[in-house]
Design a protein around this ligand. Sequence first.
Ligand code: TXA
Ligand code: MG
Length: 321
Amino acid sequence: MEIIYKPTQDEIKKAAKALKDGHLVAFPTETVYGLGADATNEKAVGRIYSVKGRPTDHPLIVHISSISQLYKWAIEVPEYATKLAKSFWPGPMTLILKRSPLAKDFITGHQSLVGLRVPSHPISLMLIKELENLGANGIAAPSANRFGAVSATSVSAVIEELGTFLSTTDLVLDGGDSDVGIESTIIDCSGKFPNIMRPGLLSSEIIEEVCSEVLNFIPSDNIIKSSGLLKSHYSPAAQVVLEGQILPGEGFFAMAEIHTPPGAIRLGAPTSLEEFAKNLYAILRLADQKGLKRIKVVQPNGTGLAVAIRDRLVKAAANEH
Ligand code: TXA
Ligand code: MG
């Protein structure tokens, strides 16, 4: 694998060509890093699954450059979905829509729906545009981590996760630390009302301002397979605990105003929810790097981003040890 630090426009063009030629390119987005392939190349998309170690019936998000590309991949787009796209793209929001014939089974996990997102990180946007300039239609990309593990929010985390699984012709683009730090809000737009499948920075309160009626985690008619919805996910090797006492020498992560229990190893002290989300996965990685067996994380209170943080923490803590 070749790592390109602070890629220039020419290097991003080269990465787009690599995608077109069927190679994988890990790239930065504002949420977490993605592991990308040309979304219409079955063989390349197949490699995403083997590099991640992910079951092939789990669908992938297609990353596109603008709302005009949406209609290539989706049909029967409801008015509220168009409103959402116009309001929040480019940005940390994925829409689940009825698929067009372009969205093949190897992207959708044999479901009749497709996930679409326009990311806002300038490197990801430029990469998608350059790929579209070569006649392709978007980048299929899950988070750039092994299946069930902690998402990568920096280039070093991508290498730690996937370095030994990528081949020499695959690329990794560096774009600094991810701004948001947790994955996009996923909204199922296949029904009469928007239904939030995975909470994120874009909260149900903000979505409600655009669409008057919003559902939260109501199972759809179609059983949607979404690996982020599995009970256990986002898990480091260290055991994550959310309640109870911890012992001296164990890890601790909480908002700055919460005191460190005696003897615990404090791994971070964010002063805002934004900072908590941005650092969360790096902190879970740090616990593993320090060889800690257990880390206690105090869940932040409140609505908005706090809901998304608690969602990830509950799943990280559900890992069986
Ligand atoms: O922020 C993000 O969304 C990041 C960046 C790279 O864009 N991507 C990401 O991808 O988190 P992934 O694959 O790790 O999680 C996406 C979730 C999965 O749980 C997947 O099952 C669900 O979205 N998903 C994708 N397409 C879907 C579809 N057609 N129907 C239902 N769920 C879908
Ligand atoms: Mg993921």
